[in-house]
Design a protein around this ligand. Structure first.
Ligand code: M6R
Length: 614
């Protein structure tokens, strides 16, 4: 997730772009860059780090005046967050500048073809190939709009591209597939942005682009085509949000926005993971197949929500790969003198990549000669830097302190790791792996279905203002979901909330149950290992003692109906993948209840987004 701005009009393009980037910085701040057209040439500056570094660079070496330009603030995916990988990227002769948000899945093939034709690509990004391809097109004599249409037809994946041509001082061209882009419509000027916050200060008239469209903005107009050049139309709308709502895409809290971004975050985290022949590929795996085959034990270390993702991973890895997995809180790990050697793979899960407990744990593991694989959302952070291999999630920056899309994308990375190990070790047939990948690829639509029911969950949450205590029950992969649901409620609503494995309740915690106590139950899908029926027994036990049961159960499960005071339906998915849909109502519930109680949902008391002390 990156922020993009484009402008053409009568104002200083530098001012419009820099102001727009300031409002896009929440989308990523690994680097920032700008390019302007002046006198038939491009002028560009880019710097790693926050926008302030770019502004400093411009103050030291000012840019020429210009009324046309583009800018980018980066959330790194391919390539470290440094100056070279910062956008804009230029074509081979420096005629075209381009910025990109998304992932170009076939960039390796395209790059190899360009390099075979003597192109020198200086960055590690997938984006630079698009700049070179675009420049080849304009050099062949077509205008930037046609060039963009032709290039987009060669690209696979998700992308928003915005480009300018030094020899065309009146046109900014952009394209979108599966990544956001809106046009701001002004008088004698037009704007482009990843969202309306980029230009809301100048205009509230906007145009939303459809899939696979190319848009050209000039001072006097906006024209839209499909990738094949046929005429197309965007959807006009008026923005009535204020600036702070605009940054949150109309939501009241970043957390709520991030919950609703989950279908996209999950889809992005799955992009580019399969080769044309259907084999799984993990770009930064960096451990050889032999090293992976030698692994006889996996220890997953993580904290908080990431720890619960690790618990789900244990079920998936053991089931698909038959490798024993331990899951350990990173703060406890090194103090128990764990048994580690070169055949142990330590998997460190961390959204931020900076959690001190997890960092110290991986340092310890490496001193014992174990290989460390990080699952991380933050490119270039310390944990992946100090690990032997990485699987990056592509959630984009998570700003709400309570992790939501971070968790779902960690689950995706865990499933990918499990399937990859199964592929390398041969514990699952190729068609079984393909089947699970297809089930994963269907998840964004299932998550959308759950989100479409958010109003009913909000009503339920508001009914519980004043309730002091909650229990959450789950079994199997639903047990970590119960723990995560309870954690969300604790950290946001400051209420007593505990998650239990449903079968464990009768060994003590059932004494907590009293009349009216809300118990949220994650019901496994019907039909495997009696899990479902055993869960119903647990639900009956708490109902018999007066609990009010709020059951999350799959569509079509009628046997749960007599035992549920409230029933929240989930899409039908396999039991191992159910956490991806089951946790979403719990996130919505906690967010709404905390909001209704008047709490600061994005910055709950006593917490920090990244805990960098042990
Ligand atoms: O950045 P990390 O994933 O390493 O963070 C781990 C925990 O601090 C984090 O998940 C925390 O529990 C969140 N506040 C949960 O919402």
């Amino acid at each position: 997730m990156c922020g993009i701005v484009g402008y053409v009009g009568a104002r200083s393009a530098q001012d419009v772009v820099i102001d727009g980037l300031r409002r896009m910085e929440y989308r990523g701040y690994d680097s920032a860059g700008i390019a302007l057209v002046h006198d038939g040439r491009l002028a560009s500056r880019k710097r790693a780090g926050k926008l302030g570094n770019l502004e400093k660079a411009i103050s030291e070496e000012p840019l020429p005046a210009s009324e046309l330009g583009l800018g980018h603030t980066r959330w790194a995916t391919h390539g470290a967050p440094n100056d070279v990988n910062a956008h804009p990227h230029l074509g081979a002769t420096g005629r075209v500048a381009l910025v990109h948000n998304g992932i170009i899945e076939n960039f390796a093939d395209l790059r190899a073809r360009l390099e075979a034709d003597d192109h020198v690509l200086i960055s590690e990004t997938d984006s630079e190939v698009a700049a070179h391809l675009l420049e080849l097109q304009v050099e062949s004599g077509v205008d930037l709009t046609v060039a963009m249409q032709r290039v987009c037809q060669q690209l696979e994946g998700a992308f928003t591209l915005v480009a300018i041509d030094a020899q065309d001082p009146d046109r900014v061209v952009a394209a979108r597939r599966n990544s956001p882009l809106v046009v701001g419509i002004g008088e004698g000027e037009n704007f482009l942005g990843s969202d309306v916050a980029a230009f809301i200060e100048h205009t509230r008239e906007a145009l939303e682009l459809g899939q696979d469209q190319v848009v050209t903005i000039t001072r006097d107009g906006v024209s839209v085509t499909a990738f094949d050049g046929s005429p197309a139309e965007g959807r006009r709308f008026h923005v009535d949000w204020d600036l702070s709502a605009a940054e949150k895409d109309g939501h009241d809290w970043f957390m709520r926005k991030e919950i609703f971004e989950q279908p996209r975050a999950v889809a992005d985290s799955l992009l580019g993971r399969r080769t044309r022949s259907g084999q799984l590929q993990l770009d930064e795996m960096r451990l050889s197949d032999q090293e992976l085959r030698d692994i006889d034990k996996i220890i997953i270390i993580a904290a908080g929500t990431s720890f619960y993702a690790g618990m789900v991973a244990k079920y998936a890895i053991e089931h698909w790969c038959r490798i024993p997995v331990e899951v350990e809180l990173s703060s406890e790990f090194r103090y128990r003198d764990p048994i580690l050697d070169y055949s142990t793979l330590v998997v460190a899960i961390s959204q931020s990549g900076e959690t001190a407990d997890t960092l110290q744990a991986i340092r310890h593991a490496r001193t014992q000669r174990s290989k460390v694989l990080a699952i991380c959302n933050t490119n270039g952070s310390t944990i992946p830097r100090e690990s032997d291999a990485v699987i990056y999630t592509h959630a984009g920056p998570e700003i709400g302190v309570a992790s939501t899309k971070g968790f779902l994308t960690q689950l995706i990375a865990c499933y990918l790791l499990a399937l990859y190990l199964a592929q390398v070790k041969g514990t699952r047939y190729g068609d079984e792996i393909t089947q699970v990948m297809e089930q994963l690829e269907a998840m964004p639509a299932h998550i959308e279905t759950v989100l479409a029911g958010s109003e009913a969950i909000y009503d339920l949450a508001r009914e519980h203002v004043g309730t002091r205590s909650f229990l959450f029950l789950g079994r199997h992969a639903g047990y970590p979901v119960a723990l995560e649901g309870a954690l969300k409620l604790k950290e946001l609503a400051y209420l007593h909330a505990e998650g239990f494995a449903a079968g464990e309740l009768k060994h003590g915690p059932i004494a907590l149950v009293e009349d009216g106590l809300p118990v949220l139950c994650v019901v496994p899908p019907e039909g495997r290992d009696q899990l479902h029926d055993k869960m119903i027994s647990g639900i009956q036990e708490v109902r018999a003692r007066g609990a009010r049961t709020i059951c999350l159960a799959e569509e079509g499960d009628t046997s749960i109906e007599p035992y549920a005071d409230v029933l929240i339906r989930l899409p039908r998915v396999p039991v191992l993948l159910q956490p991806l849909v089951a946790v979403v109502p719990l996130q919505l519930f906690a967010c709404e209840l905390a909001s209704a109680m008047g709490h600061d949902v994005d910055q709950p008391r006593n917490l920090a987004k990244s805990v960098t002390v042990e």
